[in-house]
Design a protein around this ligand. Structure first.
Ligand SMILES: NC(=O)c1ccc[n+]([C@@H]2O[C@H](COP(=O)([O-])OP(=O)(O)OC[C@H]3O[C@@H](n4cnc5c(N)ncnc54)[C@H](O)[C@@H]3O)[C@@H](O)[C@H]2O)c1
Length: 457
């Protein structure tokens, strides 16, 4: 498909002072090159919804993933992490998916969506990205466009990915092919801000790359596409967004721990502060921060600063505070049990929720797993229940988890847990409750006689 014909395009500059892609660049890109078939590399939470969206916009799409088992499931149109709308489109989809990289020969546009985790020492692990770039480079054609959506440090696209693409293909960027970074912002489970509706920023390796990538994304999404001055700036945008969130959550987590001692309900305070119409943005405390992005990306920035001789003290402190929260949650439980003359050791504890956030089956970096470790370390008998992750649950139902338990800890605010009443606990004999997500009405629970603690309330 010709990119320009896919959608009437408009290239907006970030600022007049910036070297904006000129109309000449845009015309060159649009007239001389089409998107051709789009290959999405890495078919997870980010890649698969993008592939489905691209197909729905009239592009021919193929998908490549090194995970053979996943490919077999996806070939059967089985993907539990899609929204209902995406699932419906996927069931009807004609896209071909393969774990054989030769499928990349069919594509002119390659969008890389592979994971960018950190290792146990919190050092960025770029192996999946290197692997994906190597595969794409081996199959790169003249006139191709490569976009990296994976979250990476400033400089990684230029100093790690680009040399691999040029080496493996024997082609030269900006002359023979285009290359850009368009960081993904999707928030799985969010029906409002989706791959289609989220605004994007783009940083190209040069003006042609920038213009072509903008045209591609304008053909894909119903939101603004803002060009940055460089790939490095686009990479930094994503880092800043996630670090911003981590720091703000750490701030309210610190306040929660302080207010617990002062007997101030932080949820009431945040509600009060939120009445200020400017300069306050509510964030909420909880039993920990999980997922593939927020507890991971700040380490990328910390590492990047270190390599440049800079120490990100603020980011390091935020990570430490947020990492402490699972232990703090179990300490709160221990305090409550002690008041009932019950030691944590030997107590039967229902751990409600394993996923890192509401109504999704994603366990990555989930604080619930750290809470489980702490409970086991304290000698508790843990019964785990998560309706979204039955394969990791030790109880088959909420009733089974609660029945005969001495205490319960809510680690994930799944909708099914948010609607629980004091009776649901008391009828199973549970009289101690830690609400690690502050998702239940405290006053009602306290009035019922349940020993209740939230985080900061
Ligand atoms: N999940 C999110 O909410 C989210 C949001 C914004 C950005 N991101 C970023 O997007 C990127 C992808 O995240 P995700 O959540 O989709 O990850 P994911 O683990 O769900 O999916 C990644 C897929 O890439 C595959 N893969 C790994 N190495 C590969 C290779 N060399 N070639 C081909 N496929 C390969 C894996 O098998 C997996 O199926 C990460 O950089 C992440 O930080 C994720």
């Amino acid at each position: 498909m010709d990119i320009r014909s896919a959608r009437e395009s408009r290239v907006t500059a970030l600022s007049d002072a910036h070297p904006t892609p000129t109309e000449a660049h845009v015309d060159f890109a649009a007239e001389s090159v089409s998107t051709g078939t789009i290959a999405v590399i890495g078919l997870g939470y980010v890649g698969l919804p993008l592939a489905i969206l691209a197909e729905s916009r009239g592009h021919r799409v193929v998908g490549f993933d090194i995970d053979k088992i996943k490919i077999a499931l996806l070939q059967g149109r089985n993907a539990p992490f899609l929204s209902n709308e995406e699932s419906r489109a996927f069931r009807k989809s004609r896209m071909r998916l393969s774990s054989d990289e030769r499928i990349l020969d069919e594509a002119l546009t390659h969008i890389i969506c592979v994971p960018t985790p950190v290792n146990e020492e919190h050092v960025p692990d770029l192996a999946p990205l290197v692997g994906a770039c190597t595969a794409v480079g081996r199959h790169l054609k003249k006139g191709a466009l490569v976009v990296i959506e994976s979250t990476v440090n400033p400089g990684v696209c230029e100093s790690v990915a680009l040399p691999i693409l040029e080496r493996e293909s024997g082609l030269v960027c900006e002359k023979d092919f285009s290359f850009a970074h368009c960081p993904e912002r999707v928030n799985p489970g969010d029906a409002t801000w989706t791959t289609r509706t989220l605004p994007r920023v783009i940083g190209g390796a040069g003006p042609t790359s920038n213009a072509r990538a903008i045209l591609l994304y304008e053909s894909l999404i119903d939101a603004s596409v803002t060009p940055m001055n460089s790939m490095k700036e686009a990479e930094a945008v994503k880092m800043v967004e996630n670090a911003f969130r981590d720091i703000n959550i750490a701030f309210v987590n610190e306040l929660a721990m302080s207010f617990d001692k002062a007997d101030i309900d932080i949820m009431h305070v945040i509600r009060g502060a939120s009445t200020k119409p400017f300069a306050f943005m509510p964030h909420f405390p909880g039993c920990g921060v999980g997922g593939h992005c927020i507890p991971v990306d700040p380490y990328y920035l910390i590492r990047y600063g270190k390599e440049n001789g800079f120490e990100h003290r603020f980011l390091i402190a935020a990570r430490q505070i947020n990492n402490e929260m699972p232990r703090y949650t179990v300490n709160r439980l221990e305090q409550l049990l002690r008041r009932k003359n019950m030691p944590l050791k030997g107590a039967a504890v229902a751990l409600l929720g394993l996923a890192y956030k509401r109504d999704v089956p994603d366990l990555r970096e989930s604080p619930a797993l750290a809470i489980e470790t702490e409970l086991n370390r304290g000698g508790a008998q843990v019964r785990k229940f998560d309706p979204f992750v039955p394969e990791q649950s030790t109880a088959h139902s909420l009733e089974e988890a609660l029945s005969g338990a001495n205490a319960a800890v809510i680690a994930t605010d799944h909708s099914v847990f948010r609607s629980l009443s004091p009776k649901d606990f008391l009828s199973h004999g549970v009289r101690v409750l830690i609400d690690g997500r502050n998702c239940l009405p405290k006053e009602e629970f306290v009035a019922s006689g349940i020993a209740y603690h939230g985080i900061g309330r």
